[in-house]
Design a protein around this ligand. Structure first.
Ligand SMILES: Cc1ncc(COP(=O)(O)O)c(C=O)c1O
Length: 465
């Protein structure tokens, strides 16, 4: 039977269990969910690390030939098999024709980034001309802030989350210092309420309403790296702009994970990396967005020759013809080997579509949440069983695929035991373990196996006490 469009993940799991006449925790449920998954074949497009190749593995606990349970796509996405093919195409071209490769072939190097930028449109919800693929994330953040952050004595603050990713924190701190501003006065950080992990939208909106007149730029993450909270980007944008602020987002954990509509939301600027959900490999080519409404008003502060119109770029007359919009922010010629790996991944996204991926992701993460709550629920009173708490919001609209877990037993022990058994996830200070089932290459059976491993890990940590 087809699920109704409004069916919650927990309802789907229970419905399937009822159809199969088994308990929701039964392996058959996971297998049925995989069977019904129309995106399951995309797993074959990736190399899934084998147990035996993971450095922390304990071979006495696993079958070394088996695939690991890779739940770390929120940190580094897996390698698409197509990457090698695409890299070889450009390496061959380089070997065979040297500099002629700049102008010919599937990806003429001088326009390598432009060849693939159209594949990013649907992923971030922007027009092609509003996107540039260049540099790394923090570099792009700096370049964007150099243009959007023009403090005045009255409007001098940058608003951000108190626990923003360190690189964003340092970028903002150093931008304020660049303008000779007092960091304490101008770096306005919003904290969750006492005893809470998640920022409440009403608190964010209240700060914008109260202090908006003194805020020049609001820079939030789209999805928080630690808690997994997905912020209401359209609401933050609307509220900030109503107060005259520019609103930008670091989309490192949102891009390729949730649906984005940067153009329609009217976001002023955004930047992202490509090595997490976009699977382009460590240090991959990053992205930047500037809304087209700024095409003729916001200019790059630092300029290089790739910001010059292509038609006259090679006249070498030193008369800058700046490309309007974000393309004018490009400084150097594109790194073609990085273009190749990103191209390979974006090609898979084109086939899968972000809409369908998000739909699967909601069910996949919902299944994980359901199972965690069922196995490690707080309410199983009196048993003194260790508790696993999920700090990521439970509401589907307020999260992506990642869940951040905390434990009533030491997280370090849980993490090490999971690693020994071939679960690839990570621990983050102060006390979370982040797990991210990724719809492109994770299965419902991965989630099932993870839950069983987590159960035996918790038992083993308990008995060692
Ligand atoms: C939210 C966020 N912002 C910024 C960065 C830094 O990215 P980069 O090293 O590519 O500049 C990361 C890296 O993981 C991140 O997660």
């Amino acid at each position: 039977m087809e699920p109704s469009p409004l069916e919650l993940p927990s309802d789907t799991v229970q419905r399937i269990a009822a159809e199969l006449r088994c308990h929701p925790t039964d392996e058959q449920v996971a297998l049925r969910l995989d069977e019904e998954d129309t995106l399951k074949h995309f797993r074959e497009c990736f190399y899934i690390p084998k147990m035996q190749d993971l450095p922390p593995i304990d071979l006495s606990l696993v079958n070394k030939e088996e695939n690991s349970i890779y739940f770390l796509g929120n940190s580094l996405g897996l390698q698409p098999k197509l990457v090698k093919t695409f890299l070889e195409e450009e390496l061959d071209k380089w070997a065979k024709m040297g500099a002629y490769g700049h102008d010919v072939g599937k990806r003429p190097w001088i326009v390598g980034d432009e060849i693939i930028v159209g594949l990013m449109k649907d992923i971030v919800g922007a027009k092609e001309k509003e996107i540039a693929l260049m540099n790394a994330l923090t570099v792009n953040l700096h370049l964007l802030l150099l243009s959007f952050f023009k403090p005045t004595p009255k409007r001098h603050k940058i608003l951000l989350e108190a626990k923003a990713f360190p690189s964003d924190h340092y970028a903002i701190e150093s931008q304020l210092q660049l303008h000779g501003l007092n960091v304490e006065r101008s770096m306005r950080m919003i904290k969750p309420r006492e005893g809470e992990e998640i920022l409440r939208m009403e608190d964010i909106l209240e700060v914008i309403e109260k202090e908006g007149d003194s805020i020049a730029v609001i820079l939030f993450s789209g999805l928080h790296f630690y808690t997994g909270q997905l912020f209401d980007m359209p609401a933050i944008t609307k509220a900030g702009q109503a107060k005259g602020c520019f609103v930008g987002f670091d989309l490192a954990h949102a891009v390729g994970n949730v649906e984005l509509h940067l153009h329609d939301w009217g976001v002023d600027f955004a930047c992202w990396c490509s090595y997490k959900y976009l699977n382009a490999g460590a240090g991959g080519l990053a992205g930047a967005f500037v809304h087209e409404k700024h095409d003729h008003t916001i200019k790059p502060t630092l300029v290089g020759w790739f910001g010059h119109e292509l038609s006259t770029r090679f006249k070498m007359d030193n008369k800058l013809q700046l490309i309007p919009g974000v393309s004018g922010f490009r400084i150097s010629n594109p790194p073609i080997l990085l273009v190749c790996s990103l191209h390979a991944s974006l090609e898979i996204f084109r086939q899968a579509t972000i809409k369908a991926l998000r739909k699967k992701s909601i069910l996949l993460t919902g299944y994980l949440e359901y199972m965690i709550k069922l196995y490690f629920n707080k309410d199983i009173g009196g048993t003194k069983k260790p508790i696993v708490n999920i700090i990521t919001p439970s509401n589907i609209e307020d999260r992506g695929c990642q869940l951040t877990l905390t434990f009533s037993i030491p997280k370090k022990n849980v993490f090490e035991e999971l690693e020994k058994r071939g679960v690839v996830c990570d621990k983050r200070e102060p006390n979370g373990i982040r797990v991210a089932p990724v719809p492109l290459y994770n299965s419902f059976h991965d989630v099932y196996k993870f839950i069983n491993l987590l159960s035996s890990v918790i038992d083993s940590v308990e008995t060692k006490k």
